[in-house]
Design a protein around this ligand. Structure first.
Ligand SMILES: C[C@@]1(CC(=O)O)C2=NC(=C\c3[nH]c(c(CCC(=O)O)c3CC(=O)O)Cc3[nH]c(c(CC(=O)O)c3CCC(=O)O)/C=C3\N/C(=C\2)[C@@H](CCC(=O)O)[C@]3(C)CC(=O)O)/[C@H]1CCC(=O)O
Ligand SMILES: NC(=O)c1ccc[n+]([C@@H]2O[C@H](COP(=O)([O-])OP(=O)(O)OC[C@H]3O[C@@H](n4cnc5c(N)ncnc54)[C@H](O)[C@@H]3O)[C@@H](O)[C@H]2O)c1
Length: 210
């Protein structure tokens, strides 16, 4: 396998195909729905959760075995059946069509792998072991969850607002960079964690008046 190239995809309203309806398919589906993807799931059997989500209109469920025509018009494919043979066929069909495919029981047959993920608002940290140990990826994810708490979500919102203001009000690039640097290096994050919002405001003003 080559070195994997990390990338963050915007799948909002994009048609994504999951083939298989077991627990592994459910995990991939849940992550896709959390990113507002338009999911089509093809599988004769599905978990109770998948059935519920389909009844709530959260995905399109096709209750039969995979057929090559399912690939028409989709942009991302997950081969998540428990059959090596079916997953291999899906992988072959996708490679012929140049469609990115994830194969849950044979990473080398796929063209992308799913990382373990920590989300804090707009901050996303993704961990991959290149398929060597999904359990280690999950362990590192849990460690990162402790290190990067919910305060990061608030901090990033704030940085994003301030960045917009600075980009429209400060023309000098060196000065902008200095302001952004001051903000990132400030103790605002710790103050947010302690919910000391008055002091956050003070620090912000100080950085902006630089
Ligand atoms: C990160 C995560 C994302 C997700 O799926 O959402 C993910 N697997 C997770 C959990 C997990 N997977 C497995 C166990 C049971 C323990 C164990 O066996 O180790 C557990 C633990 C559990 O279930 O708790 C078993 C397993 N996984 C793969 C195989 C097949 C093989 O290796 O050949 C087998 C053996 C199946 C068998 O026994 O036959 C393959 C893949 N799993 C990947 C991702 C990709 C590589 C990621 C990487 O390492 O970089 C890759 C290559 C393909 C892919 O799926 O993209 C998610 C953790 C989410 C989190 O908690 O944060
Ligand atoms: N990548 C991962 O993270 C990971 C983790 C654990 C296990 N696995 C592997 O993933 C595979 C799936 O695991 P699971 O626990 O979800 O299995 P499962 O047995 O619960 O589900 C298999 C699903 O595949 C569907 N299916 C079978 N043939 C099909 C076909 N021709 N077309 C469409 N759907 C079909 C079935 O209806 C069923 O819903 C297993 O091979 C397992 O070893 C991968």
């Amino acid at each position: 396998m080559s070195n994997l190239y990390p990338i963050f995809l915007d799948l909002g309203n994009k048609p994504c195909l999951v083939i298989g309806g077991g627990l592994v398919a459910e995990r991939k589906l849940e992550a896709l729905l959390a990113c507002q993807a338009n999911v089509i799931l093809v599988s004769p059997r599905v978990t109770p959760h998948i059935k519920d989500w389909s009844e709530q209109g959260k995905l399109m469920l096709v209750r039969r075995n995979y057929q090559r025509k399912d690939l028409q018009g989709v942009c991302l494919v997950f081969a998540a059946t428990d059959s090596q043979e079916v997953n291999n066929q899906i992988s072959k069909d996708c490679v012929e069509l140049n469609l990115p495919v994830n194969v849950v029981n044979d990473p080398d047959k796929g063209t992308f792998q799913v990382p373990s993920v920590v989300r804090r608002g707009k901050l996303t940290i993704a961990v991959s072991t290149g398929g060597s140990s999904p359990l280690l990826a999950a362990k590192i994810r849990r460690q990162l969850e402790v290190q990067y708490g919910q305060e990061y979500a608030e901090f990033i919102e704030l940085l994003s607002d301030v960045r917009r203001q600075v980009l429209s009000n400060v023309d000098d690039i060196a000065q902008r960079k200095a302001i952004f640097n001051d903000l990132v290096e400030s103790d605002i994050l710790e103050l947010l964690k302690m919910k000391k919002y008055d002091q956050v405001k003070e620090r912000l003003e100080k950085c902006l008046l630089r």
